[in-house]
Design a binder for this molecule. Structure first.
Ligand code: UFG
Length: 333
């Protein structure tokens, strides 16, 4: 095992979700125990397999404090629970600000009361906004374009204030595009509704839905479609475990990009899906989606310098193969 978490308990808020369940599995695989806090509004009880579930809503501070009291010795919290779909945030900002910003504030206050002083926060490259130059570095300006990105940036600021005033130790991980699935086939991307490119394209290829709509083919990129940096969900999980190790070494505050440094266009993703599955991905051209940025990919030097992190699972073919393996199992193909 790459990490040793023997006998360590960790609270994973949003542990029933896509990234959360992969983080929980890796904690357990490395000898620790994940305690999932999740209201199951988006996550799935069947994805909580590696430790107990506290069914609690992060916005409900009294219930959250009561849950923390049942795990009094735990110092480390991973916070992944949030509304994530960029397009939906544009039309439902009230829900996004409430779930994300108020939810995080409630969690920070419950942690403070419980004396849990180590936080790994799930942020996003969507906090940076539209830029002329790539790759994106952590010190670049954060001018988010989408409601989703704005909520995550507000939380980053809250966390920094809690660090300064109350001594909270934190690592903020700004993920690029989470993708792929654990090789076991037990867990994978299961959003409802699904809004992400790879699972939607796999559904379209397998005949589980109609053609995919490609949102905008007139972007200023080589093939006219948006470019994203796809990082395997197990690499994201590894970054969390590295951050846990660094807390023990004295790391107290860091903002770190978690990506590969390479961008793929939406059409390149469809090509790889066709190559891996041997199926055509039917698609139609649609208008641009509100909140979408042209191009996003990470500068990865800080992740390597601070965490020692480099991706080991994020070859695009491996990402698509693992996602396809999971969906084939779910669909009984
Ligand atoms: N896309 C389509 N058709 C679809 C779905 C997506 O063309 O049916 C396009 C999008 O317009 C975008 C690209 O595929 O150009 C990727 O879209 P996703 O929805 O898969 O991912 P996003 O980049 O919008 O967002 C995701 C996560 C966020 C994260 C962000 C960082 O949802 O949490 O990556 O880029 F912050």
């Amino acid at each position: 095992m790459e990490f040793n978490l023997k006998d360590q308990d960790v609270i994973v808020v949003g542990g029933a979700g896509y990234i959360g369940s992969h983080v929980c599995k890796m904690i357990a695989d490395c000898g620790g125990r994940p305690i999932t806090f999740d209201n199951l509004s988006c996550g799935h009880a069947h994805a909580v397999k590696w430790g107990p579930l506290e069914q609690v809503d992060v916005r409900d501070t009294p219930a959250l404090c009561a849950a923390f009291e049942r795990w009094p010795a735990i110092k480390t919290v991973v916070h992944l629970a949030s509304s994530i779909e960029v397009g939906i945030g544009e039309t439902q900002p009230a829900e996004f600000y409430e779930n994300n910003v108020l939810g995080a504030l409630s969690l920070l206050n419950a942690m403070r009361k419980a004396g849990a002083d180590r936080l790994i926060f799930s942020s996003t490259c969507a906090t940076y906004g539209e830029r002329d130059t790539m790759p994106i570095r952590e010190a670049d300006p954060q001018l988010p374009f989408s409601v989703y990105g704005k909520t995550k940036l507000a939380i980053e600021h809250m966390i920094q204030s809690y660090h300064k005033a109350y001594g909270l130790n934190y690592v903020t991980l700004r993920y690029f595009n989470a993708s792929g699935a654990d090789g076991s086939g037990e867990i994978g991307e299961e959003h409802d509704p699904e809004t992400h490119l790879i699972p939607i394209a796999l559904m379209a290829a397998a005949g589980k839905r109609g053609p995919l709509t490609l949102f905008g083919m007139d972007y200023d990129t080589p093939d006219g479609t948006c470019v994203r940096d796809y990082i395997h969900v197990n690499d994201i999980a590894r970054a969390h475990l590295m951050a846990m190790e660094k807390f023990s070494g004295g790391l107290a505050n860091a903002q770190i990009n978690i990506g590969t440094g390479k961008g793929y266009s939406n059409l390149e993703i469809l090509e790889m899906i066709e190559a891996v599955t041997g199926l055509k991905v039917p698609y139609t051209k649609g208008p641009r989606r509100d909140g979408d940025l042209t191009e996003l990919y990470a500068h990865c030097g800080h992740a390597k310098a601070v965490l020692g992190f480099t991706p080991t699972h994020s070859d695009l073919e491996n990402i698509i193969k693992s996602a396809w393996g999971f969906h084939k199992r779910v669909w009984g193909l």
